[in-house]
Structure formats: C-alpha cells, structure tokens
Design a protein around this ligand. Structure first.
Ligand code: SF4
Ligand code: SF4
Length: 488
C-alpha cells in the first residue's frame, strides 16, 4: 500500500464540480471550502482546495460523485491524458482543465441515430352527424388526432372535456391524470411531451394563468402539447360565464422569456373538433405548444358536428426521449447556462416564430368584397357579429366580417388585402373583453406598417356577450358600445 504522503493529492476541475460539498465533509484536514463566487460556466459555486495540510488520503476523491470533479494530481509535466503539461512554476494545487474525451477517451456509441417514426392516417367509417357540446367535440378531436394522455385539474367551464377523457382513455390504452393543481398538470404534460407523445389539458382562465410557467418551459424545450383554455370572466376568480378575458395572456404573455404559441379561436362546436385536431398537427410540426382559445359559451353550447374521413395514429419523433435503442440518447431540457448559447436558442425560436407568422395565419372573411363596415370578431361574439352583418345589409349598410381563427399569429395579411381593396372601410371590433382583441389588431397593423383605419369598439365583459341588436345600433349610430354596457 502506498504511503499516504506519497499518494497524489487531489486536483480540482471547477467546471465539473456541482457544488455538492461531499468532499468538504469527507476531508479530515479541513482542506476544502466552498468558493465565494459562482463559476461563470456552470452557474454553481464549486469548492476550493487549500492543500497545505493535505495528507493525500484521497477521501475527497472517493467522496466526489463527479468523475471529472476531483482527480489525483499528476506529476509536473504530466496531465491526466498524458499530454504535455506546463512544467515551469507548476502549482500542484492547480490542474489544467481538460477535455473529458482526453481523460477517458472519446464517448462512443453503437446505437443507431434517432429517426422519425412517421404517423399514419387511418380511414374512419362514415357516420351520421353528431350533436355535441363544444368541450366534448374538442375532446373527440384530440382523440382522433391520436392524443391518449390528458392531464388536468377540474375547472368550470372546461371540466366536461377532461371528464370525457377520464372515462374513455383507459379503454383506449391511454391515461387521464387529475393532478393536484394546474401547475402539476402542465408539468406532467412537459414530461409526456418530452417522450414524443401527443398530450393535452383542459382548463379555464384562472387555471390557465397557473400554467404559464410550464408553458414557457415547454416552449423553451420545444415540446408539443395542446392547451384547451375555455375562457371565463375575470379578473381573479371572476365567474364561470363566457368572456374573452385571456387574449392578451395567450398572445403576449405565455410565461417568462421569448415565448409565443399558435392560438386558435374556434366559434362553433364543429371548429372545436376541427381546430383540436389541427392543434396537434401544428404542435408537432413546429415542436411548440398550441393554445385553443374557446369561451365559456362555446364550451357548453351543443351543435352539429361531422367527423373527418381519417384519424391519426401518431408516430414517434426523432427528438423524443424514449426508451428504445434509437431514441434513448436524446435529451430534452429548457436550460442553457451559457449566455451565447441561450441567445442563439432565442434566435432559433425567433426564426420559428417568423416561419409560423408567415405560414399559419388563418381567418374567415364574409361579405368583405364591397364592405364599408368591417366587423372584426372571434369566438362566440363572431356569431353575433355575423347576425349583425345580415341585419346591417338589410338596412342598406354594406357590412362584412373578418373572423380571426388564429389570434397569434394575427391574420394581418388578410386584413391588409381587404383594407387595400376597401381603404375607406370603417372597422368595428366586437368582443367580450375590455379591448384585448382590438389591441392585437392595432399591434398587427402597426407591425405591418399599416395606418390604422377608423376603429370603433363594441365591448362587453363579465360574462355579458355583445348582442346582435346592440352591434347593429352601434354601427348605425357610429358610436362605441362601452364596456359598461349600452351605446356610449
Ligand atoms: S486528500 Fe485527504 S486530506 Fe487531502 S484534501 Fe482530500 S480528503 Fe482532505
Ligand atoms: S464532491 Fe466533487 S462535485 Fe461535490 S463539491 Fe466536492 S469536488 Fe465538487
């Protein structure tokens, strides 16, 4: 056995120290303390060696769980890899930071590179139309898109969607987990999405607020997932009546950092199904969460729903963290400790957002070709606006409707085309919110370099939806309907 005083003393590579302090506890000579400053590369506080009293017992090296953290010192002129090391003024307490591939050889793997395992479209038998409430239609759309994993916490008026999933998923080889909170539910989605599986949650405004941190993590880690937000009255607990209270949150406030997600706004039970299916397609195409912005009325309203011709059997993406040979080497995370790496990641996200903005704008336009008055509305208020367009046409006013189906990206290309053809058209934004849709319109016009046309507002809140008659009255009077109700 080697004499203690001849055994190599420890050397530290701070970049591989995770600051667990096990070596501090292990050292009988109090030779190791924690550094005062964070290491700039790792973001943790490593230890510092003071080896004057060191007896070379190497208990610290044995205690260190990191293979590259504490290593035995080499003689001057020798590095762990055998490469030439500095000899002059060599400080045995110092150790040249080495590439681990030199220390232990290149990491080799015989595993095959991960590959995309494609999904399949399977034919559905033709069926009679169904009469479904919106939340059920959305759940059915998700099932047809191949979603078999749903996580949620009950909240009215979204609960029925989750309730239906809880009943059917066990029979389809899937799972529904009622989490302890919305925070837990969205983080369960993070894990499930990391495995490359289609997953979703049903929630409503206060619950959606709680999910924002997790959505930011999913965006950072580039994970797909679908969040059905059946919006209700706010702020706070508010009530369970329909409101478009979260447009700003969904389009501009998806948690911390540089975050965006496609926001789809259905206005019928049929669209609850169709956009639910589309949401999964887009989420996987862009590796990003997709939000479905419904409202409380739409969630509860029943309507005719026709099933599509196919359903989807999902594949497995190349990036998924899955236990087979092809995928087990993958890593999914949203942390980038190097500032330059994180900036590069944000540039990558910006490129993705630009691509989405270019390709995924969606809107329905109706009777806009000759319109003097353009109503802009989405969700349930768009149904009232459509009725108002008919009434206004009967009254001799050439009215039309622009219904954004994507709230982010806002369909500004469609608006630009219409406003170019109808430059004198007056815009009337109809919404069940204090102007959140109008803000998105104004921001989109500004970003597109378009001068805003005259914009009139019809706004209701608190679960009061804009009514067909008051929209018509507001347009004919040329006056806003204030959020306090009635023509101002
Ligand atoms: S070799 Fe022994 S005495 Fe020296 S620092 Fe490590 S634990 Fe302490
Ligand atoms: S035991 Fe290793 S990883 Fe833990 S503080 Fe000491 S050197 Fe660092």
């Amino acid at each position: 056995m080697a004499r203690l005083d001849l055994r190599p003393r420890p050397a530290l590579q701070p970049e591989y120290c995770k600051g667990c302090l096990r070596c501090v506890d292990a050292c009988p000579k109090d030779c190791i303390t924690q550094a005062g400053d964070l290491n700039a590369t790792t973001g943790v506080r490593p230890v510092v060696l003071h080896l004057d009293d060191c007896n070379g017992c190497q208990l610290c090296i044995q205690a260190c769980p990191e293979p590259y953290g504490l290593v035995p010192q080499k003689a001057p002129g020798e590095t762990a890899s055998g490469a030439k090391a500095p000899t002059a003024a060599h400080d045995p307490g110092e150790f040249e930071l080495e590439d681990p591939t030199h220390l232990f050889g290149a990491k080799t793997s015989t595993l095959p590179a991960p590959v995309d395992l494609p999904g399949l479209a399977l034919a559905l038998p033709t069926t009679e139309p169904l009469m479904l409430k919106g939340t059920y239609a959305a759940a059915l759309g998700a099932l047809l898109a191949g979603c078999r994993h749903v996580f949620g916490y009950p909240i009215t008026p979204s609960t029925e969607g989750a309730e239906l999933m809880a009943k059917v998923l066990p029979h389809l080889g899937g799972s529904f987990v009622q989490a302890v909170s919305e925070v837990a539910a969205i983080n369960m989605m993070y894990g499930c999405a990391g495995a490359g599986l289609p997953c979703m949650t049903f929630t409503s405004s206060p619950g959606f607020s709680l999910m924002l941190e997790g959505i930011s993590y999913m965006i950072g880690a580039e994970l797909p997932g679908v969040v059905m937000n059946v919006m209700r009255g706010g702020p706070g607990l508010g009530n369970i009546a329909p409101e478009q209270a979260d447009i700003k949150l969904m389009t501009r406030g998806l948690g911390h950092g540089n975050t965006h997600a496609i926001v789809l706004a259905p206005s019928t039970p049929q669209e609850m199904l169709d956009l639910s299916r589309l949401a999964f397609e887009l989420a996987f195409a862009y590796r990003n969460p997709v939000i479905i912005a419904a409202d409380g009325y739409l969630g509860q309203m029943a309507g005719v729903v026709r099933l599509p011709a196919t359903l989807t059997r999902p594949g497995l993406p190349a990036w998924a963290v899955w236990g087979d040979r092809a995928h087990r080497m993958n890593l999914v995370c949203s942390i980038q400790l190097s500032d330059t790496d994180l900036e590069a990641h944000n540039h990558h996200l910006n490129d993705k957002y630009a691509d989405i903005t270019k390709k995924e704008q969606r809107a329905e336009t109706w009777l806009c070709d000759d319109a003097e008055v353009l109503l802009v509305a989405c969700n349930t208020p768009a149904r009232m606006a459509k009725g108002a367009v008919m009434d206004l046409r009967e009254a001799g006013v050439a009215a039309g409707l622009v219904r954004p189906i994507t709230l982010w990206p806002f369909p500004i290309d469609e608006m630009r085309a219409i406003l170019t053809k109808r430059p004198r058209a007056r815009v009337v934004v109809v919404e069940a919110s204090p102007g959140q849709l109008e803000d998105e319109l104004r921001l989109a016009l500004s970003h597109a370099g378009l001068a805003p046309p005259p914009i009139q507002s019809v706004r209701r809140m608190g679960g009061v939806l804009p009514q067909r008659g008051e929209i018509v009255a507001a347009v004919l009077a040329g006056q806003d309907v204030a959020a306090s109700g009635g023509v101002a």
